[in-house]
Design a protein around this ligand. Structure first.
Ligand SMILES: Cc1cc2nc3c(=O)[nH]c(=O)nc-3n(C[C@H](O)[C@H](O)[C@H](O)COP(=O)(O)OP(=O)(O)OC[C@H]3O[C@@H](n4cnc5c(N)ncnc54)[C@H](O)[C@@H]3O)c2cc1C
Length: 409
C-alpha cells in the first residue's frame, strides 16, 4: 500500500468527489491563474499530455479579474482572442507634445482575462486527464515520495511535480522603502463617441506631482470604450480615492467627460513588486515555483504575460526531454544588473523618474526599446539603449546595483 494512503482519512476521500476520488496525480498545479493555466496549456500540447494533472484554484476563474497587455512581433495562440491590438503607442510628457510612435514589427495587444480563461479551459476539455478542483489550498508540504497539497476539499499528492503559483513573493508590501507598481484601472463606456482608438497611450505624465513615476495608462478600444489606469511606482501606497480622483480629472480635462458622461463597466487594481529576487528553482525539484511566486514578473516593468508564456513553453520542453539540468528562468548577471540599476534609479528620491522614462522613450528607437523591456536584446543592443539614458545617473545607480546582484548570486 502506498504510504500516502495512511495520511488520507476516509472523510478526506469522501471530499474528493470532484476529482473522481483520485488522490494522487502525476502533477499538481497550485493556482490556476495566468501561470498555472498557461502551464496546463503547454503540457497538454506536449508529449506529457498523458500525465494526470490536477489544477487547484479557489476561484472558478470565470470573470474578468484582470486585463493583460503584452507586445509581440509574431502571431501567437492568443492573438485571435485579443480584444484589441495597436501598432502605435503614445507617450505624453508634462511639457511636451504627444509623441506617437509606430512600433512595427511589434503589436501591443490587450486580452480580457475572462476570454483567456475560457479559451484555455475549452482547450483542456479535450484532455480528461487534466482535472480542475475549486478549493482553497491551506498547506503544501513535502511528503516523502511526493508533495502533499492540503485543501478545503481534501488532501492530494503530487507524485512527480507540484507547480506552485500561490506562495507569496518574498517582499513586504507594507514596507514604504520597497518599490512597487500600484494602480487602479477603470474600463469605461462613454455616452457619446469620445476616443480615437488607434493609439495605445502607455504613459501620460501630465498628472505627475513629485519625483516618483506617476502616469495615466490609457487604452481606447473603440470610440466609446477605454481602459484607463492611474499608476505609481513608489514605496508608499495611496488610498483608492487618490487614484480615482486622478482618473476622473483626466477624463474631464482631456475628453470633456464629466461623471455623468460615462459608466464604469469594470474595475481592476494591482500592487506589483518591483524587486529583483533570486528564487532558487530547478527541474530536479519536486516543488517548483511558477508565476509571480517564481519571479516571472519583470521587476523593472511589472509585465509578466509574455515572459510567462516563454518561460513555461521552455519549461515544458525541458520536462518532456527529461533535461532537468536546465534552469527554469535563466537570466544573465548582466541583464539582472540592468534591471537592478533601473530599479535603483526609480527608487532614488532625488531623481525625477518621470523624466527618465520619458527620455528613454523619446531617445530610443521604439522597437528596440520594446525588445529591451522584453529582456530579448543582445548585449550590443543593451549597450545601445544604455547610451540613451542620463549616463551619470545610471553609473551612480549601477554600482550599488552591481554589488547587490553579486550578493544574491
Ligand atoms: C490587475 C492586474 C493587471 C495586470 N496587468 C498586466 C498586464 O497588462 N500585462 C502583464 O504582463 N502583466 C500584468 N499583470 C501582472 C501579472 O501578469 C499578473 O498578476 C498575473 O496574473 C500573474 O500570474 P500568476 O499566475 O502568478 O498569478 P495569478 O494569475 O493571480 O494566479 C494565481 C492563482 O492562484 C489562486 N490562488 C491564490 N491563493 C490560493 C489558495 N490559497 N488556494 C487556491 N487558489 C489560490 C488565485 O485565485 C489565482 O487564480 C497584472 C496584474 C494585475 C493584478
Amino acid at each position: 500500500m502506498p504510504w500516502f494512503v495512511q495520511v488520507i482519512t476516509q472523510k478526506d476521500i469522501s471530499n474528493m468527489k470532484n476529482t473522481g476520488n483520485k488522490n494522487s496525480f502525476d502533477y499538481i498545479i497550485a493556482g490556476g491563474g495566468l501561470a498555472g493555466l498557461s502551464l496546463a496549456y503547454y503540457l497538454s500540447k506536449s508529449e506529457l499530455n498523458q500525465l494526470n494533472v490536477l489544477i487547484i484554484d479557489s476561484s472558478a476563474k470565470n470573470n474578468n479579474d484582470k486585463t493583460w497587455c503584452y507586445w509581440s512581433d509574431e502571431e501567437d495562440d492568443f492573438s485571435k482572442i485579443c480584444e484589441k491590438e495597436w501598432s502605435k503607442i503614445g507617450i505624453q510628457g508634462k511639457a511636451s507634445e504627444l509623441q506617437v510612435e509606430e512600433i512595427a514589427p511589434y503589436k501591443y495587444r490587450k486580452i480580457k482575462s475572462e476570454e483567456w480563461y475560457k479559451f484555455i479551459k475549452n482547450h483542456l476539455k479535450a484532455y480528461p486527464n487534466f482535472q480542475f478542483l475549486q478549493a482553497d489550498i491551506e498547506y503544501i508540504h513535502y511528503a516523502g515520495l511526493g508533495t502533499m497539497v492540503e485543501t478545503s476539499k481534501g488532501k492530494f499528492l503530487a507524485s512527480q511535480k507540484l507547480f506552485d503559483s500561490i506562495s507569496p513573493f518574498p517582499y513586504d508590501q507594507e514596507d514604504p522603502d520597497q518599490l512597487k507598481q500600484h494602480f487602479v484601472g477603470w474600463y469605461i463606456e462613454s455616452n457619446f463617441p469620445a476616443f480615437k482608438a488607434d493609439i495605445a497611450h502607455l504613459f501620460d505624465f501630465r498628472l505627475a506631482k513629485g519625483m516618483d513615476a506617476e502616469f495615466i495608462y490609457f487604452l481606447p478600444t473603440n470610440s466609446h470604450t477605454a481602459l484607463i489606469e492611474h499608476t505609481l511606482f513608489s514605496g508608499e501606497l495611496k488610498n483608492k480615492e487618490y487614484y480615482e480622483e486622478k482618473i476622473k480629472n483626466y477624463l474631464l480635462a482631456n475628453y470633456n467627460l464629466g461623471e455623468d458622461d460615462f459608466r464604469v463597466l469594470e474595475v481592476e487594481d494591482g500592487i506589483i513588486p518591483m524587486k529583483e529576487v533570486n528564487i532558487p528553482q530547478n527541474l530536479h525539484q519536486k516543488w517548483i515555483k511558477i508565476g509571480t511566486s517564481g519571479g516571472f514578473v519583470k521587476s523593472s516593468t511589472g509585465y509578466s504575460f509574455y515572459q510567462t508564456q516563454k518561460i513555461l513553453q521552455k519549461l515544458v520542453q525541458h520536462l518532456a526531454n527529461k533535461d532537468f539540468d536546465q534552469e527554469v528562468n535563466p537570466k544573465s548577471i548582466f541583464k539582472k544588473w540592468l534591471d537592478a540599476t533601473f530599479l535603483e534609479v526609480m527608487e532614488d528620491p532625488t531623481i525625477d523618474s518621470n523624466e527618465i522614462l520619458l527620455q528613454l522613450f523619446e531617445k530610443t528607437e521604439p522597437s528596440l526599446l520594446l525588445k529591451f523591456l522584453q529582456g530579448e536584446t543582445s548585449t550590443t543592443e543593451d549597450l545601445s539603449v544604455m547610451t540613451k539614458v542620463p549616463k551619470f545617473t545610471f553609473m551612480r545607480a549601477g554600482f550599488p546595483a552591481f554589488f547587490n546582484i553579486l550578493k544574491k548570486n
